[in-house]
Ligand binder design. Structure first.
Ligand code: SF4
Length: 416
């Protein structure tokens, strides 16, 4: 009865989605559950010109909230309790059932608990790092491909990101792929998406990875699942967002250290091209306060924009260690280039489009990637993350062979 009355009032007034743990008072009366992903700590990194990455003809709900309230960067809303969906939030308020998930929770400062990985040590020492991304194969037989790639690149990279269900396409888990990486003496950066699991399942997986010695992690909200209708309802909401994942692991760092002798190095994603830029910067500060120690960016196709974004990010923190690794796309096929152009939140600069118009574009695309890498390095990048978009193995190898020396020269030239 109370639920029905609440629906009658809050439906037309706020487009209420009946989560039963109402946070309207923290979002200046804009219902965040109208985000297709159901983010309670938005926006995601896919907003361009304030539009939603899932339903591009709509404004991103979180842009409207942010412009009206300013983000409290030291709190986080926990994942909503599914048990409370379609129940009366007024009742839950008075019984206290919604307390944990309704009220913003303070983040935990565990900055004094030092991460234990080699990657973390190198980055805190200010050494230039090189990482590479390898998508997990769909089946076990695909691990041979990972094996072959690792045999070629093991000596050139500081760590390899392993993904799960990249782009929403089902695959082996990132932990399985990370095992192949580790067999070559290289550290992994294991990626997890909030889209794929509940908090309990997520923490179990992280614990499993830590228990077998993995130390670097990257937590992302995740992209929309392909072939899934673009809509807003309780079925489409992701179980967790990146901020909630970072917070959940960060608050357990002392326990990981005491139980496993490992302190996970927590990473997050960031997008310098998401607009407006100040929201993207603020969002990364939120993640930093929640426990993210390093970030890897969305594909960078224009070094000047990166420089402006990074300058904003570092304002007032110029003396702190540099912990941002921009991603540089290695584009070696037209089909893969089309995929890059379709990725949510990715800006593709005309300079890359021009290269892709050449009849023989692979070597020029590699030279373009070197230029971008040197540009971001001159502007404070901690390293470079190579993202492969169809580049043949010998050219990937050529990139990895040269990039460190080029970056060191670029740093020296910029007086860094
Ligand atoms: S999916 Fe991303 S862009 Fe769309 S409303 Fe949610 S936070 Fe905003």
């Amino acid at each position: 009865m109370i639920f029905e009355i609440e629906k009658l009032i809050k439906g037309p007034l706020f487009n209420c989605q009946n989560c039963g743990q109402c946070i309207l008072t923290h979002t200046r009366l804009i219902c965040p559950m109208n985000c297709p992903k159901g983010l309670r700590n938005g926006p995601c990194g896919g907003t361009l010109d304030g539009k939603c990455e899932v339903i591009p003809d709509r404004d991103c709900v979180w842009m409207r909230i942010d412009t009206r309230r300013g983000i409290d960067s030291k709190t986080v809303h926990l994942p909503p309790d599914k048990e409370l969906f379609d129940t009366a939030s007024y009742v839950n308020f008075f019984t206290g059932r919604d307390r944990e998930t309704r009220l913003p929770q303070p983040v935990v400062d565990n900055g004094h608990v030092a991460a234990t990985s080699r990657l973390a040590e190198k980055m805190y020492r200010g050494e230039f790092v090189v990482t590479l991304e390898i998508a997990s194969p769909r089946t076990k037989s695909g691990l041979d491909r990972v094996e072959r790639t690792m045999s070629r690149v093991a000596g050139q990279v500081d760590a390899v990101n392993t993904t799960t269900n990249a782009g929403g396409v089902p695959s082996l888990s990132s932990i399985e792929t990370a095992e192949v990486v580790r067999n070559h003496g290289v550290e992994s950066v294991i990626q997890f998406c909030g889209r794929d699991q509940t908090e309990e399942q997520f923490l179990d997986e992280v614990d499993q990875a830590v228990s077998i010695g993995h130390q670097n992690f990257l937590f992302l909200t995740g992209d929309w699942l392909p072939d899934t209708a673009r809509a807003v309802n309780q079925e489409t909401w992701f179980p967790m967002d990146s901020l909630q994942m970072i917070h959940a692991v960060n608050r357990q760092l002392p326990q990981y250290r005491d139980r496993r002798g490992i302190v996970p190095f927590i990473g997050c994603a960031s997008n310098p091209f998401s607009t407006p830029m100040e929201v993207s910067v603020q969002r990364l500060h939120n993640k930093r306060h929640a426990g993210a120690r390093f970030s890897q960016t969305q594909a960078i196709t224009n070094a000047e924009t990166y420089a402006r974004w990074y300058g904003e990010l570092r304002r007032g923190r110029e003396q702190e260690p540099r912990l941002t690794i921009p991603s540089v796309p290695l584009v070696g096929s037209r089909r893969a280039f089309e995929i890059l152009c379709r990725l949510p939140g990715v800006y593709v600069d005309p300079s890359l489009r021009k290269v892709m118009e050449l009849s023989d574009f692979q070597r020029p695309a590699l030279d373009w990637a070197f230029e971008i890498s040197e540009g971001v390095t001159r502007n404070g990048a901690a390293g470079v993350h190579a993202m492969n978009f169809g580049m043949p193995p010998d050219l990937i190898r050529a990139f990895l062979d040269e990039i460190r020396d080029r970056a060191i020269t670029a740093r020296t030239g910029a007086g860094l």
